[in-house]
Design a protein around this ligand. Structure first.
Ligand code: PEP
Ligand code: MG
Length: 596
């Protein structure tokens, strides 16, 4: 080795590998930037009496610049993803317009003769401390908004602009945490991947990243400290790792892996239309996608003859923390229905509550929010919000491909009440001479164990079922789906869980009620033959999983799947079931299709 080469080699910073949890698969390699990492430590500096006015002006100028910057991002967001998403920034603008707060900082600067950034930072920290102590999710949300806004003002005060998603195309974003709206912008602004210090892998933020195919790793301790701004970083969403300053060798290994994956996915998505949705023995299987917001892949899915098995409409609320108006909802739902026509679009009414809390309504503390005020319970207690959404869905139903799906139903009476409201909205539309699909189907999510057990009697009131294993597993096994500490107990192949899924499918077959499965389990390679063997004929998965799901189905034979399912039903533990499924899959489908 020449001495020059040796020097170069030794000056390369040491490779650091940080572990986190997988939020969304894929590999991103790029330089990184830290996105609004909060307020930095500043020096306390005395100023003269003459300097007070200038100092207050400096604060006001920084706030104006921050305002301008947020307006620009809001404008961009509106342009690329629509006004519902852009409204997320309104809370930040309101914070900047809070004259009482600005005056209190100005008074302190004048009274104590201290520099603006120090006083501003101190006041903000005081506010954040009291808000963060609260258990109220609305106040916690407000604390996040204040933190994000203050970081921008602070950046201008110290002459260092806060980083912006809009200006960091092709760079990896690092942050303490991202909001759902920001994940959407990450996708739109060409940011190839992200990593965060907090967050769990089954959170809804992780699901949206997965659905948008953004490689992401969450819950990486020490991320912001150990990863300098501008460093080369690999986000390995397949293994849940962030590699800082990767060596030449690591880089070339990962580049090869990324190339393979990228060309695989884009080729596969474009070629969807050519694939038959049948098993080897010619049995038809319905293939659907889970979606949250309109994206570029919608068109590829639609032209590939893929319908929508789960549209999580609550993301329209979560991105802006406001319920879109009836007119806005009608427009959004109509566009989606038109894109996917003639395939079905299953619109799940807002599934709010639990980890998807609403600032406005979830102001009362709940000890167990996952078992609390969520899904259909929220709708029936707030019929105004529910009626508005139903009215918009009905108005958008002229293509007759929209289906309404109700979340978290746990008893026939809940479904009956919801149906009464839906019928009353239909009468209202009829009186107003507004067209809608009079035969629109109304189905339910089966995600509460009691609902799976009672599926046969619920079938009398439901037009279809969709099994939501993400929640069904957490409720059946009493394992919080977002809690890293008990993640190893969250097992889809637990015999108790499988029995609930099987009961629902069998109840559907017996009563002639179509059953789909839209939980993450539908996209797991090992569960596909098992579910087919139980009699499932409709799968709804995240868009990147669609091509490989079809290819797996093409390689399966129903009678062989039924034999496998019978063998699984004899086994008493999740470990034994998983081992059998793995062995069977490797021999009958092939290792190549194991991913996922
Ligand atoms: C589920 O619970 O399986 C589901 C699909 O709904 P979500 O993940 O939105 O709770
Ligand atoms: Mg659910």
């Amino acid at each position: 080795m020449t001495s020059a080469a040796a020097r170069t080699k030794s000056s390369h910073p040491r490779e650091i590998r940080l572990r986190g949890a997988i939020a969304s698969p894929g590999i991103a390699i790029a330089r990184c930037f830290k996105h609004d990492v909060g307020i930095r430590i500043v020096e306390k500096r005395k100023i003269s009496a003459d300097a007070v006015e200038g100092e207050i002006q400096r604060l006001r100028d920084a706030m104006l610049s921050a305002r301008e910057e947020i307006r620009q991002i809001q404008f961009e967001a509106d342009r690329v993803v629509g006004d519902a998403m852009a409204k997320i920034f309104e809370a930040q603008l309101m914070i900047l317009d809070d004259e009482t707060f600005i005056n209190s900082v100005a008074v302190e600067i004048a009274r104590q003769k201290l520099n603006a950034e120090f006083v501003y930072q101190r006041q903000i920290q005081r506010n954040l401390k009291s808000l963060r102590k609260s258990n109220d999710s609305y106040l916690k949300e407000m604390a996040n908004d204040i933190n994000a806004t203050a970081a921008k003002v602070f950046g201008f005060l110290v002459g260092r602009h806060s980083n912006k998603l809009v200006n960091n195309k092709n760079k990896i974003a690092l942050a303490e945490e991202f909001s759902p709206g920001e994940i959407v912008l990450i996708n739109k602004y060409g940011i190839p991947g992200y990593a965060t210090q907090v967050g769990g892998s089954t959170s809804h933020m992780a699901l949206i990243a997965k659905s948008l195919s953004i490689p992401a790793v969450v819950g990486v301790s020490g991320l912001l400290e150990r990863c300098p701004d501008g460093a080369t970083v690999i986000v390995d969403g397949n293994r849940g790792e962030v590699i800082v300053h990767p060596s030449e060798e690591t880089l070339s290994e990962y580049k090869a892996e990324r190339r393979k994956r990228r060309s695989y996915l884009s080729k596969e998505l474009q070629g969807l239309g050519k694939l038959e949705h049948t098993t080897k023995d010619g049995t038809e299987v319905e293939i659907l996608a889970n979606l949250e917001i309109p994206t570029d892949v919608d068109q590829s899915l639609a032209s590939g003859n893929i319908g929508v098995g789960l549209y999580r409409t609550e993301f329209f609320y979560l991105a802006s923390m406001k319920f879109p108006s009836e007119a806005d909802q009608t427009r959004i739902y109509s566009e989606i229905a038109r894109t996917f026509f003639p395939n079905p679009v299953t619109m799940r009414t807002f599934d709010l509550g639990s980890d998807k809390t609403t600032g406005e309504y979830h102001q009362i503390d709940e000890d167990n929010p996952a078992m609390g005020w969520r899904g259909i319970r929220f709708h029936l207690d707030l019929p105004r919000v529910f009626r508005t959404q139903i009215k918009a869905l009905l108005r958008a139903s002229e293509f007759r491909n929209i289906r309404i799906m109700l979340p978290m139903v746990s008893s026939p009476s809940e479904l009956a009440k919801a149906r009464r409201i839906i019928n009353s909205v239909k009468r209202e539309l009829k009186a107003e001479k507004i067209k809608y699909d009079p035969d629109i189907e109304v189905g339910i999510m089966v995600e509460v164990p009691a609902t799976a057990i009672m599926a046969e009697s619920l079938a009398r009131h439901a037009d279809f079922f969709s099994v939501g294993t993400n929640d069904l597993i957490q409720y059946a096994l009493a394992v919080d789906r977002g809690n890293k500490k008990v993640a190893k107990l969250y097992r889809e192949y637990h015999p108790g869980v499988l029995r609930l899924v099987d009961m629902t499918i069998k109840a559907g077959i017996k009563t002639g009620t179509p059953v789909s499965l839209c939980g993450e389990m539908a996209g797991k390679s090992l569960s596909v033959p098992l579910l087919l063997g139980m009699g499932l004929r409709s799968f709804s998965v995240t868009p990147p999983r669609v091509p490989s799901l079809i290819k797996i189905i093409n390689r399966l034979d129903i009678s062989a799947c039924e034999e496998l399912t019978a063998r699984v039903s004899e086994l008493a533990t999740a470990e034994k079931i998983e081992a059998l499924l793995l062995d069977w899959f490797t021999r009958n489908v092939g290792e190549k299709y194991l991913e996922g």
